[in-house]
Structures are given as structure tokens and as C-alpha cells.
Design a protein around this ligand. Structure first.
Ligand SMILES: Cc1cc2nc3c(=O)[nH]c(=O)nc-3n(C[C@H](O)[C@H](O)[C@H](O)COP(=O)(O)OP(=O)(O)OC[C@H]3O[C@@H](n4cnc5c(N)ncnc54)[C@H](O)[C@@H]3O)c2cc1C
Length: 572
């Protein structure tokens, strides 16, 4: 049963409490709006923004502090260059222009920021600033939310969006603890619910980020784009699973060994080749097939995907004392100490690394105001697409979360004030969007694990037609086994929807699986359509970029629940 209805409505409901959600909520409250934030986790402790092994944020903004010759137009050039034709240029422009001001806002709130020196990502201009003190950042942002009387709803999952008179009119929420679901009406909704890195067996962010943003947007009629561009970076598979690996360590030419005890580097490269690739690989993260050093990532992926992983699923890495590589940069000392403190000693070979899903470049299409194509529905942060493209410049995710979080928050509040608050009472009763039900059986956790390994194998660093087709077949069969679909023409509050909300844990697990399967299929299908290699997307069967695929794929869901894909080369 749908249980309690929260005792009040809000001008703006923000879904997600990562950096984008917090920024949007603060901006909306600054416009005088009443604001609620709903998060699956806890304030200051959920999402990729605040993942437990984070070592702080790098934020890109052309402040000119490190390099007086830098400017927003230089930043824009770098974004567009990395995006390889796949960004929405106006959004990239807004990002480059407004990042310095948003960085000042962050500093003004009390987040300590340190300009990074001696770190040229791909020889670009130095413009990265680091928020090193993760705990301080959490604290400052959480306090900023609390002090503005923003209503926080923690450990709760938004299951669907409400619609009224053709606009987004609120959310349906499932509380984890109390086994109850309820609706919150609002003048506008901001989706800041992150990406979908939790769909891959190796993921660096919050494993709960399994694509709810994309699912909720599709269901409401909004458009997704660039879903095939998922960025991967090296992470530690053992002994600190999920910690980011510092790519600068490749300057030391690490020795890599697979589960059979084979030397992975000599198996794939000559010594000279490996030295050159390592020098390059040390200069950037995440992975991009635009750089020859991606051969290292693919060699490691190949060992893991083909069953030759080391004991804990990764590839063993050791820094030999006399590899002849460059000495590590000074900034690494702190990281190495931290790692040692966690029990990871790089000189012993007991550390395993793997390519981990780090962030989604694609997501919900927004305009420069943070609006989706659905009235009253806004999106920002990793949930939204457009500022980035086939590749993303490091530090630009947090920057875009700040820039578009602010815009989405402000504009959603203004929209709510102009259209909803003014006409309150005149609108029809809210009705829930269609939300298919799962059967809630305990087998579903196993299914989610299976789905994650399918996605890692078929749709991470190396993809091809056969693997993607096979993965789609496996996803389809998991869908048949794992989820009992409700009547697809249902668009209201139905017994089927109520069943989703019946028992919190099993209902949430069931819904999670349904969301994960739907969004995985969108990613796989988009990757299948892009028969070329570009940015974070590498096709073994089409290893080069191809100008014929120079446009973006867009995805929509029709009212019957069917997905449609459009792209310039498809003629639709
Ligand atoms: C290890 C790591 C290091 C990174 N380093 C950098 C860096 O240095 N610089 C950079 O620019 N980027 C970096 N990134 C990427 C960047 O951190 C993320 O893209 C960014 O933090 C995303 O912020 P967000 O607020 O959009 O989403 P998130 O921080 O992921 O927050 C999503 C929120 O939505 C909630 N949520 C999800 N689904 C639901 C639902 N159905 N109902 C309710 N709530 C929901 C979650 O609980 C969470 O609160 C890194 C990523 C990782 C994983």
C-alpha cells in the first residue's frame, strides 16, 4: 500500500545529496523556495561525491592562479577537444565561464581549496584546484544545507516522478526503514541522483548509483544522450577495494603480474614500448582510447576479462626498486602513506589494480538553465549530459555539478514560484508515472551481481558487436527471470505500483534490479549503435574514430515503455 503522504508539499524537491544536489538545494533555497532533498544515503555521505575512500575533489576552473595566461575560452577549448564533437557546446561554454565563480562560492562557504601545481593533464594548462580535506568538505556542505532549513529525507529512494497537467509535480518515495512509500507534491523536481557506475562490477563511486536518474527521466518523457560514454580509471581491487589508484605511479613503470604468475607487461609490450606508454599513462586519468597509453588499460582489462585475474579479481602490481622510471612526484607521498596505512604496500606485489567505472559522461539532456524537455523537471551533476562528451577533462565533473547545480536550483525555484505556487490549488491531483513492479524475490541480489559482471566484461574498456549482442541477450533473460513486469500501459497508481512499495527491502531490491536492467540495456544498445572508437568508448571491431558517427545518440521511452534511439547516421 502507498502509506503516509508527507504533511506538506515543497516548491522544489531535489533528488540526491551529492555535490550537485546540495548545490541545487542551496541555490533554490536562496531564491526563497521551500526545498526538500531526498537521498538514498545520508547527507554528506552518499554518492560519488562523498564516497568513503575519496581523497578529495580536483576541480577545474580557469582562475588564472596557476597560469595567468589561462582563461575560460582556453578551458572551453580543452573541453571541446576532449569531447570530440559529443558535447552540447553551449553547456560547455557555460561550464567554462561560470566555474571560477562557483569555485569562489565553495571557498566562501569555508571549503579549503588548494591550487594544484606541477600537474598538466595531457599538457593542458594547469587549472585544477583540490579540496583535499574530505571530512571538512562534507561538514561544510552538510552544515550549509541544515542552516538553510532545507528538509532532508535520508535513506529513502525516489521510485517514480509524479505528473500533473503535463508537468512534473513531485516524487514517490520509499523509506528504507519503515516499509512505507509516500508521495511528495512539488512545483518542480531536480534530478541530481548521479550516474550509473554501480552497474559495473568494479566501480569507484557509490554502488547504489545504478541509473535511477536515467530511469526516472526516461519514464517521465525526458531524453538521454551519450550513454555509451562511461569513463573508467584505475582503482585498487585489493587490499583497499574501491580506492582510486594514482596514475602518476605509472611513471615508475610498475611490474604487473596476472593470476597465472605471468608478467603482463612483457606479454603485451617490449620494454621500450612499455616505458614510453607508462610515461604517457602517468599524465592523465581517466582512460581514453584517444591516447596510445590506453593499451596498458586494455592489457590489464584483457587479463581480467579472460579469466587470468589475480586472487582478488585484479592484476597484481609491484613497484620494483630499480625499474629505471622517474621518481614519483611530491604529491604522491601523502597518497602512498595513506595506502601503506591501509595495508597496501606497493613494493610487495600484494596490491591488485583493475579498471573501475568512475563517472558517466552521458545522461539526461538539459538546456543551459538545467531544464529537461519535461516541464518542471530539471537535472544537474553526473545525472545530466551535455557539458562533457566522448571524454571529459579531469576536474570538470565537480565543476559542472557546481555550475549546473546552481542553475538548476535557481531556475527550478523560479519556475515553481511563477507557475505552481501562483496557481496552487488550480492544478489537477497528482498521479504517479508508470512504475513497473518487481517480484521482490531474494534471487535478485544475485541477479544484480550477475548484471554487473556482464556489464564489466561486455561494456567497459573493450567492446565489440558479438559481446554487446550477447550481453543484451543475457540482460533480456535476467529481465524475464528477475522481474515480473506490470502492465506496460499502466500510467497511474496501480496495485502493481503499490506492490513495489510493499516491503521496503525486497521492494527496493526488486526496483533496483528493474532500474539496473533497463539502464544497462540503454548503455549496451547505445554502445552497439556506435560502430567506431571514440573517447572512453573503444570498439575492438572498429578501432578508429569514424566521421560518419560524429553525432550524438539520443534515447527516449514512448508511453508504452518502448525505447527509441535516434542518431544522425540512423536517419532518425
Ligand atoms: C573515486 C572518484 C573520484 C573522483 N574524482 C573526481 C575529481 O577529482 N574531480 C571531478 O571533477 N570528478 C571526480 N569524480 C567524479 C565526481 O566525483 C562525480 O561525477 C560527482 O561527484 C557526481 O556528483 P553528483 O552530485 O552529480 O552525484 P553523486 O555524488 O553520485 O550523488 C548522487 C546522489 O543521489 C542519490 N540517489 C541516487 N538514486 C537515488 C534515488 N532513486 N532516490 C534518492 N536518492 C538517490 C545518492 O544517494 C546520492 O546522494 C570522481 C569520482 C569517483 C568515483
Amino acid at each position: 500500500m502507498v502509506g503516509k503522504v508527507i504533511g506538506r508539499d515543497f516548491d522544489v524537491v531535489v533528488v540526491g545529496a551529492g555535490v550537485a544536489g546540495i548545490t541545487a538545494a542551496i541555490a533554490a533555497a536562496g531564491e526563497g523556495a521551500s526545498v526538500a532533498v531526498v537521498t538514498r544515503g545520508r547527507l554528506g555521505n552518499s554518492g560519488s561525491s562523498f564516497c568513503h575512500l575519496s581523497r578529495g575533489w580536483g576541480i577545474s576552473a580557469a582562475t588564472g592562479v596557476q597560469d595567468p595566461a589561462d582563461s575560460p575560452s582556453e578551458h572551453l577549448r580543452d573541453i571541446l577537444d576532449a569531447a570530440q564533437g559529443m558535447s552540447i557546446p553551449r553547456l560547455a561554454e557555460v561550464l567554462a565561464d561560470e566555474a571560477p565563480a562557483r569555485l569562489s562560492d565553495l571557498a566562501g562557504m569555508g571549503v579549503p581549496l588548494t591550487p594544484v601545481r606541477g600537474c598538466h593533464c595531457f599538457n593542458r594548462r594547469e587549472r585544477s584546484v583540490r579540496a583535499f580535506d574530505v571530512n571538512m568538505t562534507r561538514q561544510v556542505l552538510a552544515d550549509a544545507v541544515r542552516s538553510r532549513r532545507i528538509h532532508i529525507i535520508e535513506e529513502s529512494t525516489v521510485l517514480s516522478l509524479l505528473a500533473s497537467s503535463g508537468r512534473c509535480a513531485g516524487v514517490r518515495v520509499l523509506e528504507k526503514q519503515s516499509d512505507s512509500a509516500y508521495d511528495i507534491s512539488s512545483g518542480a523536481v531536480v534530478l541530481a541522483s548521479g550516474g550509473g557506475t554501480g552497474l559495473f562490477s568494479f566501480n569507484l563511486g557509490d554502488p547504489c548509483n545504478i541509473g535511477y536518474s536515467h530511469y526516472l527521466a526516461l519514464l517521465s518523457g525526458a531524453t538521454l544522450t551519450n550513454m555509451e560514454f562511461v569513463q573508467f580509471a584505475f582503482g585498487i581491487a585489493w587490499p583497499v577495494p574501491g580506492a582510486l589508484f594514482a596514475e602518476e605511479l605509472f611513471s615508475l613503470r610498475p611490474v604487473l603480474t596476472n593470476g597465472l604468475g605471468e608478467d603482463v607487461t612483457s606479454k603485451h609490450f617490449s620494454a621500450d614500448q612499455y616505458a614510453k606508454l607508462c610515461a604517457l599513462r602517468a599524465t592523465h586519468a581517466p582512460y581514453t582510447c584517444a591516447c596510445p597509453s590506453s593499451a596498458i588499460d586494455r592489457a590489464i582489462y584483457g587479463e581480467i576479462a579472460n579469466g587470468r585475474a589475480s586472487r582478488h579479481g585484479g592484476v597484481s602490481l609491484r613497484i620494483a626498486p630499480a625499474t629505471g622510471g622517474e621518481p614519483p612526484k611530491s604529491g604522491l607521498g601523502e597518497w602512498l602513506d595513506w595506502l601503506r596505512g591501509m595495508g597496501a604496500d606497493l613494493s610487495t606485489g600484494d596490491v591488485e589494480i583493475a579498471p573501475f567505472a568512475q563517472a558517466f559522461n552521458g545522461g539526461i539532456v538539459i538546456d543551459e538553465h538545467g531544464r529537461t524537455s519535461v516541464q518542471g523537471l530539471y537535472a544537474c551533476g553526473e545525472a545530466a549530459a551535455g557539458p562533457h562528451g566522448a571524454d571529459r577533462v579531469g576536474g570538470n565533473m565537480i565543476a559542472s555539478a557546481l555550475v549546473f547545480g546552481t542553475r538548476a536550483g535557481r531556475n527550478s525555484a523560479r519556475y515553481a514560484a511563477e507557475t505552481w505556487r501562483a496557481a496552487k490549488g488550480g492544478q489537477g491531483a497528482a498521479v504517479a508515472h508508470y512504475a513497473p513492479a518487481g517480484d521482490g524475490t531474494p534471487t535478485e541480489a544475485r541477479h544484480l551481481g550477475r548484471l554487473r559482471s556482464i556489464m564489466f566484461k561486455a561494456c567497459s574498456l573493450v567492446r565489440d558487436e558479438d559481446g554487446l549482442q550477447q550481453a543484451i541477450g543475457e540482460i533480456d533473460s535476467l529481465t524475464r527471470d528477475g522481474v515480473t513486469q506490470s502492465n506496460s500501459s499502466c500510467r497511474g497508481i496501480t496495485p502493481a505500483c503499490d506492490a513495489v512499495c510493499g516491503a521496503a527491502d525486497s521492494a527496493r531490491a526488486s526496483m533496483d534490479l528493474h532500474v539496473a536492467l533497463t539502464v544497462s540495456k540503454v548503455i549496451l544498445s547505445s554502445a552497439l549503435l556506435r560502430r567506431e572508437s571514440r573517447g572512453s568508448h573503444f570498439r575492438r571491431d572498429f578501432p578508429q574514430p569514424d566521421a560518419a558517427y560524429g553525432g550524438r545518440i539520443e534515447v527516449r521511452m514512448d508511453p508504452s515503455g518502448n525505447l527509441t534511439y535516434t542518431a544522425p547516421w540512423l536517419g532518425r
